[in-house]
Design a protein around this ligand. Sequence first.
Ligand code: FAD
Ligand code: SF4
Length: 310
Amino acid sequence: MASDLGPRAMFVAGGTDLFPKLKRRQFEVDALIGLDFLSRAIHRGEGETVVDAGVTLAAASADSDLRTGHRGYAEAAGLVSSPPLRNAGTVGGNLCVDTRCNYYDMTYEWRKAAGFCIKKDGDICLVAPSSPRCWAVSSSDTAPMAIALGALITLAGPEDERELPVAALYHDDGIDYLAKQPAEVVTSLRLPAAAGTRTAYVKLRRRGSIDFPIAGAAVAMRLDGSTVTSCRIVLSAVASHPLEATEASEFMIGKQVGEESVRAAAEIAAKPAKPLDNADLSHFWRKRMVRVVVEQALQRAIDQSAGFEG
Ligand SMILES: Cc1cc2nc3c(=O)[nH]c(=O)nc-3n(C[C@H](O)[C@H](O)[C@H](O)COP(=O)(O)OP(=O)(O)OC[C@H]3O[C@@H](n4cnc5c(N)ncnc54)[C@H](O)[C@@H]3O)c2cc1C
Ligand code: SF4
């Protein structure tokens, strides 16, 4: 159906992001293709866990094996929006959720009065008028954690099925932010065995009860005694894609954990984050807070016990 109908059709899973955006006329579609048929099971084996795309965020965050073996992922799922939206919102929908911007996530009337922008109906970026691209912000909470864990997704298209690292699902572009084909459906998320891996997700937002992230850090790390043997840090809500802090992750490897190394890594991680004035609160403050959320996420990962002993 999706390949026959082309761009005038969209998939809908929980509808928690799509329906408000349809009301605000951010998308114009003739057909919605319901994804209710997607499985809602969580499969386990040899430490790895496969979460079907139809699983709700509430179910993922409450799943006892995920909370033990992939704790940071369960934490991230449990921090998305609010309880009613987590009861409807799905794992697949959270990975594919639209990028956000203060000038775009507004009613049609507001956008018409302010002037439309290139993400919808206009020809200029209102945040960076001299820029030819859109800087809308990647705002998924679970995507950075899935990337830090080295997770893979399965995509089912009209012709075949393929597996892709979650990291390869995103483009650094506020409009064309997904690297999948439009007719491909995310059917599952494979979280690799994380024996001995410590994970944590820290999210900053105005209201803890509902808001999207305005900065966030996902960490997956392994220790041998107090020496870091592997580390992956991925930032949320500071770019048009989940931003991997590669330099900081590499810096941590081989270091002894402690206040000094954590603080230095957080400084390095914050450097590539360049929030613009298109999300909640001041972008100068958000930039300063990136260091803080990374520091907190690293410390939380260090303090907790590792996932599934192994
Ligand atoms: C007030 C409010 C607060 C929110 N706060 C947060 C937040 O803090 N963090 C956060 O991450 N999100 C937040 N959201 C957005 C949304 O609720 C979540 O991202 C949710 O997980 C989306 O999942 P869904 O199943 O409802 O997706 P839908 O709304 O159904 O779809 C979202 C997008 O993904 C596509 N899609 C859905 N499933 C698939 C699939 N399996 N394969 C391919 N494409 C698919 C749809 O076509 C659509 O483009 C918030 C939304 C609201 C209204
Ligand atoms: S970043 Fe610019 S083009 Fe993109 S949604 Fe915002 S104002 Fe529009």
